[in-house]
Design a protein around this ligand. Structure first.
Ligand code: FAD
Length: 370
């Protein structure tokens, strides 16, 4: 039977070597959370933690080309984790909402609001007691060890980019301030968001049976022209400033990607000793599409919750059980939510009518409760 640790019973991670694969949000959240929650007063030996990252810092910065909503609602709670890590103030200072006081919105096609708002790459090897797989949605570790546990296409292809402007004033309203989705595009979705004082992003999405070949920088001039024309044609239901945004596209940020997700899985504490000490966190366990607006929040929470278990429990099996109890239900909910958002953003006809009605009802309820 497991026990909460005390001065005499060391936490499962004490004196162990932990390797984290992936310095994304989940991996970094875990490492920082472990430092923050380690019971220093008990004198137990802090584990040795090594983080391996595939990309250089230069390659990573700006590579993804999208904004992240970090949230504080009951399900998500990414802000709360950042607060516990003493990082919230720094993140807020760098965020869109801090600079412009903007907020999330839902618009119709004429932009009227419908809602208030470890073999290593160098050929060497490394060993550890606990391996944290935090290597993202296309996790190589998961692909090797759980080959059948693949990403599933959520039925939506996205074409998106960042648009650059000469000055803050040149960014068209309302994208200079607010971010959110545009409803009623005849089955085509649009998400827009400010990025910084001279940039905003747009992402057109459409439903289809088959995923499409992913495309990103470097693209030929013809490919850029083709994709921008396609985006304008698909988004022909949307009025300005959509066209202005597309025309101001920075071609190096243009990309085509598929909305993919996968259900979370439980860690098997009865597996062979080697296998039971591989712990999957963040997207490597439960990838969710951008439509969830929640994968980064889940990654932050996973990092915190796993560290809490490794700092406070003397048995790996118990730690994994307790961790899964927290991580699995919330990520399942977030994935369900993402599917719902996909349906809502691409709705037409009576479905669109019902969704719009629902949002108006929510808006009235929120005003009434104020
Ligand atoms: C367009 C878009 C919009 C999004 N918007 C939001 C949002 O608004 N809010 C939100 O909460 N989430 C959002 N997300 C989701 C969010 O970005 C992810 O869920 C989150 O980044 C997952 O964090 P992670 O650490 O698990 O994985 P990642 O952030 O993918 O990090 C994995 C890391 O592992 C590294 N790596 C991979 N393979 C290896 C290897 N073999 N060896 C070493 N290192 C490796 C990678 O380089 C990377 O640094 C969005 C995603 C997309 C695509």
């Amino acid at each position: 039977m497991s026990a909460s640790t005390s001065e005499s019973v060391p936490p499962i991670a004490a004196g162990k070597k932990i390797i984290v694969i992936g310095a994304g949000i989940a991996g970094l959240s875990f490492a920082l959370s472990l430092c923050k929650q380690w019971p220093t007063s008990t004198g137990h030996e802090f584990p040795s933690v090594t983080i391996y990252e595939r990309d250089t810092k230069e390659a990573r910065t700006g590579r993804e080309g999208y904004s992240l909503s970090i949230r504080s609602d009951g399900l998500s709670g990414g802000m709360q984790v950042l607060h516990r890590l003493n990082l919230l103030e720094r993140i807020l200072r760098a965020s869109i909402s801090f600079a412009g006081n903007g907020s999330f919105n839902l618009w119709n096609t004429t932009w009227e609001s419908v809602l208030v708002r470890v073999y290593l790459g160098n050929g060497t090897t490394d060993e550890c007691d606990i391996l944290i797989a935090a290597d993202g949605a296309s996790s190589k570790i998961r692909t090797q060890l759980r080959p059948a546990d693949r990403l599933t296409f959520s039925g939506v292809v996205c074409i998106g980019a960042t648009s650059r402007f000469d000055s803050a004033e040149a960014i068209p309203r309302p994208v200079n301030r607010d971010w959110g989705a545009v409803l009623g595009g005849g089955g085509v979705g649009l998400f827009v968001s400010p990025v910084d004082s001279r940039s905003a992003l747009w992402c057109v999405s459409y439903t289809t049976d088959q995923p499409r070949e992913k495309m990103r920088h470097p693209l030929s001039e013809d490919q850029v022209k083709f994709l921008l024309t396609e985006a304008l044609e698909r988004g022909n239901h949307f009025s300005e400033p959509f066209q202005t945004l597309v025309r101001a596209t920075d071609p190096t940020t243009l990309m085509v990607f598929n909305a993919m997700d996968k259900q979370p899985f439980r860690h098997d504490s009865t597996a062979s000793p080697g296998m039971s000490s591989i712990i999957y966190i963040g997207d490597s366990n439960h990838a969710m599409s951008a439509f969830a607006g929640n994968g980064a929040n889940m990654a932050l929470l996973d990092g915190w919750d796993l560290a809490e278990q490794l700092c406070g429990t003397d048995s790996l099996a118990a730690a994994l059980r307790a961790y899964d109890e927290k991580s699995i239900p919330r990520s399942k909910t977030a994935i369900r939510w993402s599917r719902w958002v996909i349906s809502m953003m691409h709705a037409t006809g009576w479905k669109l009518f019902l969704y719009t009605l629902l949002f108006k009802a929510v808006m009235l309820l929120m005003r009434w409760r104020k």
